[in-house]
Ligand binder design. Structure first.
Ligand code: SF4
Length: 245
């Protein structure tokens, strides 16, 4: 019987050395296509599933590029768009990186919006060291308003990742006038203290740079406002776990 062809990926871009896509110096792979429609998206060009700007890549192509740079890297992160939409490709890539002696020591992380089914996590988690998960809002109505979707699958993903000890970080993008209320951020902190104890939380203040026209008039929070967001979350989860950017 003929062997099944290895899955290919639809690539938006790669960043060969990144310090903001997980721990250490990382090779970041940005896949094309997303299943959310976020008002505050900073990479709106990665949202459509079909665009002439994306290109098809093979697992081998990425592995060879990573192997060439492996001495300088701590790991590989697959982001997007939404990485889990191309789970068969990500699983094949992570398996190949794990099995290649040149890249085996590199950690393998996924950056996800959490809108992924159990079947997707079944495929990814055996070869994934950690997941950085976005929680756009704990409040379902606000999540719908910010992303076009409810947050039930995100919260289910969070619970599963905690159970399997794969939740590396929760990221909270705080958008003024939408999800920046003190009571909501404190409630989010309480929820995370309960559901994801000990997991680092990154509080990210919205910046209008690169966003779609609909979000360009949203003001960036001041330094004091960003500090307050961090404090409200830190009061519940513990200051040592919270970073504010
Ligand atoms: S999940 Fe990320 S890539 Fe997708 S629309 Fe939202 S911000 Fe953009």
């Amino acid at each position: 019987m003929a062997e099944a062809a290895a899955p290919t990926g639809l690539l938006a871009d790669v960043v060969r050395f990144s310090w903001v896509d997980g721990p250490g110096n990382r090779y970041a792979v940005f896949l094309q296509g997303c299943n959310l429609d976020c008002l505050a998206c900073h990479n709106p060009h990665t949202m459509p599933l079909r665009t002439p700007k994306a290109r098809v890549v093979t697992v081998e192509e990425i592995v060879e590029d990573v192997a060439r740079l492996a001495h300088f890297l701590s790991g590989v992160t697959v982001s997007g768009g939404e990485a889990t939409l191309q789970a068969p490709f990500v699983a094949a890539l992570f398996t190949a990186l794990r099995d290649d002696p040149r890249t085996a020591r590199l950690t393998r992380f996924v950056d996800s919006n959490g809108c992924a089914t159990n079947a997707v996590w079944d495929l990814l988690l055996p070869v994934t060291d950690g997941v950085m998960l976005d929680l756009k809002s704990l409040d379902v109505t606000t999540h719908l308003e910010l992303t076009g979707s409810t947050n039930d699958q995100v919260l289910a993903s969070l619970d599963r990742l905690v159970r399997e000890d794969r939740l590396a970080e929760v990221r909270l993008l705080v958008v003024p006038g939408h999800n920046d209320q003190e009571h909501l951020l404190r409630r989010t902190g309480l929820y995370l203290a309960d559901h994801a104890p000990g997991v680092p939380v990154k509080v990210i203040g919205f910046r209008p740079h690169g966003v779609r026209a609909a979000a360009r008039d949203i003001p960036a929070p001041t330094e004091e406002e960003r500090a307050a967001y961090g404090r409200w979350v830190a009061d519940e989860v513990g200051a040592a776990l919270v970073t504010v950017v």
